[in-house]
Design a protein. Sequence first.
Length: 432
Amino acid sequence: MIQEIKIKNFLSFRDEVILNLEASNDKFAEDCQVVTLDDSAKTRLLRLGIVYGYNASGKTNLLKAFNFLDFFWTYDSGSSDKGTMVPPFRLNASSPNEPTKFDLVFFVDDTKYCYQLELDSKNVLLEKLSYYKSIQPIMLFERVMRNGQSEITFNNQNGDKVTSIVKDKITVECLKNMSFFVARDKANANLPLIDAAKKWLRSHIMELVHPRTDLTGYAQMMTSKDKSLVGYLLDFLRTADFNVTNITTDVITEKLSEEAVKYIIDHNAVPVDERERLVAEKSYKRPMTTFEHTIEDESGKKSYDFSLGEESFGTLKTFGIETALYQAVQNSAFLPIDEIENSLHPKLLEKILFEYLKVPSRSQVIVTTHNDGLLDLVGDLIRKDSIWFTEKDKAGVTDLYKLTDFRGVNRIASIREAYRNKRFGATMGDGK
């Protein structure tokens, strides 16, 4: 689980901002919205964060920070000349030449880690992983840039035991524009503390879901092989008053025309392994999903099958979002969703969040939204410490702050009305 991320000089975040997901002392919905970890501090972490802000205020950029890190941990350019791909703040003369910085505090089971990264457009300047046995962090590895080369230090006293051969191998493989974790993949070694963190970071931070994400294709793929997911989706759709009574996803084989095969060969349209198979078999596999709808009229109950293309955007969005949330819960993963309300009725959005939160798990979901109706649910469904705001000033710099930063929140009769009346900023016309 993620406790905190610090971001500096990334997209619209010129100055350091902090998203801290530690729960306040508020005991509301403690049993299902807060996870208490069995570390030395008994850390209490939130499972939901909701971010408000007007268009272009930086909400999406907050989620993109997680997406960039997820990309960077596996990015192998093959050449140090290709740069790090990091996007710094660009609306002044100095920031593009200054380092971008990330600090991420997270837990693997109940072990606390801290990951630090500083990089510019060409080089990784600092990369460091620490873990905690008590209050003070213990360094596992530290990688710095000296004389144009990466220099890596390991802690053989309180961390993984790293031989000189393994250290030399990782150092040689660690190009100045790539993550330590990519270089570590190329060395045959047993590094349990480092590898536990690497595995969690790569597998438990899910890809950013934005309004253009093909969640339907993702949901088709998952339902074709997971019957428990199908049961979960049907239960949700039933309680949400959809008349969908069955979902069937079959994987079918389609023939490729000679023209299609030629196009694949000429344009390198797919990866090499898949290209060779397509050319040899001249066919491809695709999922085909059918939704069964059951209605009841004067003649009784009747069932009808509908193809994917015959379903509404709302049904397909629910199909996709619920699949992603199911995977997050099952895998205790972190899931960022941008503009979650897109194509969803406000009451359906409330139900999606309610159904997610009522199942205790170590998953976490951060969403951005313009649906201020959710603010009416603060104290009934949503915790006050789960609400955040972004606001951009006249210099194009995004600030990030939370609802509980404001005094007197507990005495406000309507959080929604207070937000609309610009009590918390983050609305149109509030640029500083």
